[in-house]
Design a protein around this ligand. Structure first.
Ligand SMILES: Cc1cc2nc3c(=O)[nH]c(=O)nc-3n(C[C@H](O)[C@H](O)[C@H](O)COP(=O)(O)O)c2cc1C
Length: 152
């Protein structure tokens, strides 16, 4: 992936899932496959967290690439009420192209979900950009510990 040290932006949004619980695994799998392919081409790195009917996603890349990707994401009927937590220029990337994705995503997410549940209900609307980014980087670290990688 070509890195863009100057002109690098990070954006975090959350949304409400419209995926039927029974169709969750295959739908997430297909979102992830498409995302990793597109994001690789567009020089975008990021992280997608799914929990309790919410999506929380960070996207990093050039302003142009992120705007185009966000426009496609917003038009996707597999979720609704896409709301930005914020966007800011970033001095470096926190995520990698394959952080989006781990085949056994839900197992590892369950570990993080447990930690979140101990602190009360998960409500991304109450997170600041900084807290949401920290949560996503911690989730990345958990995945690294578990040595999970998506093999595209
Ligand atoms: C929660 C969620 C996250 C998504 N994340 C990305 C993403 O990071 N990159 C991407 O290209 N598409 C993402 N998508 C898929 C887009 O909405 C859209 O289906 C896809 O970009 C269309 O790609 P195509 O025009 O190449 O077929 C996401 C969809 C959902 C529901």
């Amino acid at each position: 992936m070509s890195s863009v040290p100057s002109g690098l932006f990070r954006l975090v949004y959350y949304s409400r899932s419209q995926v039927a619980p029974g169709a969750f695994e295959p739908t997430i799998d297909s979102i992830i496959r498409k995302s990793i392919a597109n994001n690789r081409t567009d020089g975008i790195s990021g992280m997608l967290f799914c929990h309790d009917g919410w999506f929380l996603q960070a996207l990093e890349g050039s302003h142009k690439a992120i705007s185009a990707t966000l426009a496609r994401i917003e038009a996707d009927h597999r979720h609704e009420a896409v709301l930005l937590l914020g966007a800011a220029q970033a001095s470096g990337r926190l995520f990698r192209e394959w952080d989006m994705c781990a085949r056994t995503l839900s197992m590892v997410d369950a570990k993080v979900a447990e930690a979140i549940a101990r602190r009360g209900a998960f409500d991304p609307g109450r997170l600041s950009l900084e807290t949401a980014t920290r949560l996503l980087t911690r989730l990345r670290a958990v995945r690294d510990d578990a040595q999970l990688r998506y093999v595209a």
